[in-house]
Ligand binder design. Structure first.
Ligand code: TYD
Length: 210
């Protein structure tokens, strides 16, 4: 089963994924975790071009989307598909929906065109379940600043951009509620983790029955 995690900055996705992966492993599932952009040798090189705040300040949105797609195409073929083929649960920290949210709703690139481009990049591979870790971007960005974590080129976009990203995510979740589940990531971390585990376990049960 292919599960993706989406959300604005500072939603706590990364640490929640680590906890969830451990719980699923304890329950006997074979779990593989990866992240975007990156996750392969080629993808990690593209990641450093995309996120470098100093060198690549004037990257335009079209260059940005093509680089995200290049890293993603590599990740799908080299990593995600082979692990799914082994029957593993693949947890991916961001995927194609990040491009729709950031480059589409955030930067205003055409959503229909982007969807076709993303289909090309992924070879049509869609997640079975997408968890939206929803948080007000003001709260998320403050969290990220206070945690002293990495502050990348995209974090530095203005607040209005991040607000458009969040609304875009909520719209996608609303339009496709079969695949998307929304988690309130503003709650205490242990509450968020419990909600995540409950949603994922119930979906995994249904999934194996198919
Ligand atoms: P990262 O440090 O991995 O952020 P996070 O912990 O929030 O996931 O940086 C990834 C950044 O790239 C993040 O700002 C979201 C952005 N992004 C896009 O704009 N489009 C995409 O397709 C992807 C995968 C990420």
């Amino acid at each position: 089963m292919f599960i993706t995690f989406e959300g604005p900055e500072g939603s706590g996705k990364t640490s929640q994924i680590t906890l969830l992966a451990n719980t699923l492993r304890q329950k006997g599932y074979k779990v593989f975790t990866t992240r975007e952009p990156g996750g392969t040798l080629i993808g990690d090189q593209v990641r450093s071009i995309l996120l470098s705040r100093m060198e690549n300040k004037n990257m335009n949105p079209r260059a940005e989307i093509l680089l995200f797609c290049a890293a993603r195409a590599q990740l799908v073929d080299e990593v995600i598909r082979p692990h799914l083929a082994q029957g593993e649960v693949v947890l991916c920290d961001r995927y194609a929906d990040s491009s729709l949210a950031y480059q589409g709703y955030g930067h205003g690139l055409d959503i229909d065109f982007l969807s076709r481009l993303l289909d090309f990049a992924t070879g049509g591979l869609k997640p079975d379940l997408t968890l939206l870790m929803d948080i007000d971007p003001e709260v998320g960005l403050r969290r990220r600043m206070n945690s002293g974590g990495e502050w990348n080129r995209l974090d530095a976009y203005e607040l209005a951009f991040h607000k458009r990203v969040r609304l875009g995510y909520l719209k996608m979740a609303d339009e496709n509620s079969d695949r998307w589940k929304v988690i309130d990531a503003g709650q205490p971390p242990e509450v968020v983790q419990t909600s995540l585990i409950n949603v994922v376990l119930s979906q995994l049960k249904n999934f194996t029955r198919k």
